[in-house]
Design a protein around this ligand. Sequence first.
Ligand code: X90
Length: 278
Amino acid sequence: MTYRIVSDSSSNIFNLNSEISYTTVPLKILVDGVEYTDEPGLDTEALVAKMEASQWGSSTSCPSPQEWMNAFDGADYIFGITITSGLSGSYNSALNGKEMYLEKNPDAKVYIVDSLSTGGEMELIIEKIAECMEKDMPFEEAVQTIQDYQTHSHLVFTLESLSNLAKNGRVSPAVAKVAGLLGIRFLGRASEEGTLQQAHICRGPKKTLTTTLAEMVKMGYKGGKVRIHHSLNLAAAEKLKNLILAEFPGADVRIVPCTGLCSYYAERGGMIIGFEDL
Ligand code: X90
């Protein structure tokens, strides 16, 4: 068996702490006519500054089926994982890439996970896939294990601005407007369908963090893994980590900076937090 995990770049994970072969396929960000590929080495700080100063507009695009297929090359036990199909075409591309790959490699086994989420929750699912492969788990059993795990993984996020989400039609302009007010932060969660759902409107950074942890607990958090992905906001990520550890000592909490795609949509200051209810 040649194992491979392939994620689109919305997971913010370019390297996996495992022996298992792992690679990413990039989403792209277009700002004022210049295309930025979300791959290692992309300067997200510069990207965010360009996007904030943009005059002519910006958008994003998902990987092509061809890019997905190429990333599978050489493996025969493959898990692909994508950003939610509720907000992007990446999942459909990956399914098409799988069909193309299977035409040439009919004996390969390929499962594409629709994360119905992004960022930190994708990281958790990737870790679980790696665990299955490290145990040499039979393919069908691994698929079942991941489907079960997805019922125990969740996503909350805090945003200081929803303007790129609104501009690109991923959230209604009315919702974006409320969250755009000065000092107001939008606290949301991934809905069952993998779309943005408003949980709270918070005033001030401190209140945002305590409300975030309260929301996680309401959604079933009881001391399991947490993956805090932040967009140029390490200070807030560390404060949230400390709040979590104060209430749940010994919790496995990891902080990860967003790469290109998530930085573009979460904008400066945003956090995308995956956690388990186990
Ligand atoms: O295909 C494409 O061009 C990519 C489109 C992605 C659109 C949304 C990305 C959101 C990233 C914002 C907070 C998390 C929301 C997750 C809800 C399921 C980050």
